[in-house]
Design a protein around this ligand. Structure first.
Ligand code: ADP
Ligand code: MN
Length: 327
């Protein structure tokens, strides 16, 4: 049944609109969006391979003019292949209807308990040509939050406690200023500090900071303008899994997403099931939300976003110092 909703589940984002779906394996999300965002993904994966590595893998555009649910249900057929083919043949020529969705890699895939923070980047949050009432409203939000002062604000978080997932909505991050926004990061990374020894915790925070810095270095080489895009940070919120992932990494340097030597117990239960069980992941850092993003050759790098990334790195540095300083 193409309309069978049980195959696609609602995906709860850390921030933003409702309406995102995930496929039965959890590897993919379907985000209903604008043609502008679909175009940005298609162009980025065709022409900007370094930045493509900083964002979720793009698996295609769905443009059926159906409800998002129906589009999602159709997504596991050959439609994605068709979209890819059309993209290869003529990136800008594909006639997209009003109901557009993008199929993206699910950044939370592979985590037992993903702890996720959405950090909205920039102090200017709208593109040229935005209707003035909306522009004024977004300027007011920026002025009264860390968007204005630090070029980022916490837009939302999902954090696991022992038994439940706590959600922090967009109002949560709006109350911080430059002096106390570190408390938001401390809340987000609370289980890192609670679960890991201080050197292990510092190591994980450094890995995340390095992931952000890598994105910043890429953007410094790009000519783009991204308004209201976000930095998405996910780390493993299951204490035991996190320990087994981070502790062995202290012994020798490894790449950020490399599978640890300690094999997850479930992986050894059955050889057949290896394909179904994702390799455990410690953390991922990506940029998302490109509804108001474009490539702008000749206009230089996007300082509005780069400044925000740099300031998030500084928050991580501050947290690392706190973790290391004796209580
Ligand atoms: P909106 O335009 O509604 O703000 P976003 O692209 O920011 O849409 O997505 C909303 C939320 O969905 C994000 O805060 C994030 O938690 C989640 N999300 C979006 N894209 C992905 C992805 N590729 N993988 C995992 N989560 C995602
Ligand atoms: Mn968003």
């Amino acid at each position: 049944d193409m309309m069978d909703q049980s195959t696609f589940a609602t995906f709860d984002g850390a921030a933003g609109h409702d309406g995102i779906l995930t496929d039965p394996t959890g590897q993919m999300i379907i985000k209903p969006t604008t043609k502008a965002e679909a175009d940005f993904y298609a162009i980025t994966f065709a022409e900007h391979s370094e930045f493509a590595e900083c964002i979720p893998e793009f698996q295609g555009t769905l443009s059926l003019g159906l409800t998002p649910e129906a589009e999602a249900a159709a997504a596991n057929s050959e439609l994605i292949e068709t979209a890819k083919l059309q993209r290869q043949q003529n990136i800008r020529g594909t006639a997209l209807k009003t109901d557009v969705a993008v199929a993206l890699e699910n950044i939370e895939y592979g985590f037992q308990r993903p702890n996720t923070i959405d950090i909205k980047l920039g102090s200017k949050l709208y593109a040229e040509g935005t209707e003035w009432r909306k522009a004024e409203r977004l300027d007011r939000v920026a002025e009264s939050t860390t968007s204005g002062s630090l070029n980022f604000r916490i837009a939302g978080m999902k954090v696991w406690t022992t038994n439940e997932r706590v959600e922090y909505d967009k109002q949560y991050g709006r109350k911080f200023d430059v002096t106390n926004v570190k408390d938001g990061f401390a809340t987000f990374f609370n289980s890192v500090m609670a679960t890991l020894e201080c050197e292990e915790a510092a190591k994980l925070l450094k890995m995340i900071e390095a992931g952000i810095r890598k994105i910043r270095y890429v953007l410094q080489q790009c000519e783009s303008r991204m308004y209201s895009a976000s930095l998405l940070i996910v780390y493993e919120g299951d204490p035991q899994t996190l320990q087994s992932l981070v502790a062995p990494e202290l012994e020798k340097p490894k790449t950020m997403e490399e599978r640890p030597k300690v094999v997850d117990r479930r992986l050894s239960l059955s050889d057949d099931s290896d394909d179904d069980i994702p390799a455990p992941v410690t953390m991922r850092v990506k940029m998302i939300d490109f509804a108001h993003a474009e490539w702008t050759p000749g206009r230089g790098s996007d300082e509005n976003v780069i400044r925000g990334l740099r300031n998030v790195e500084k928050q991580l540095e501050g947290l690392i110092e706190t973790v290391r300083s004796p209580k």
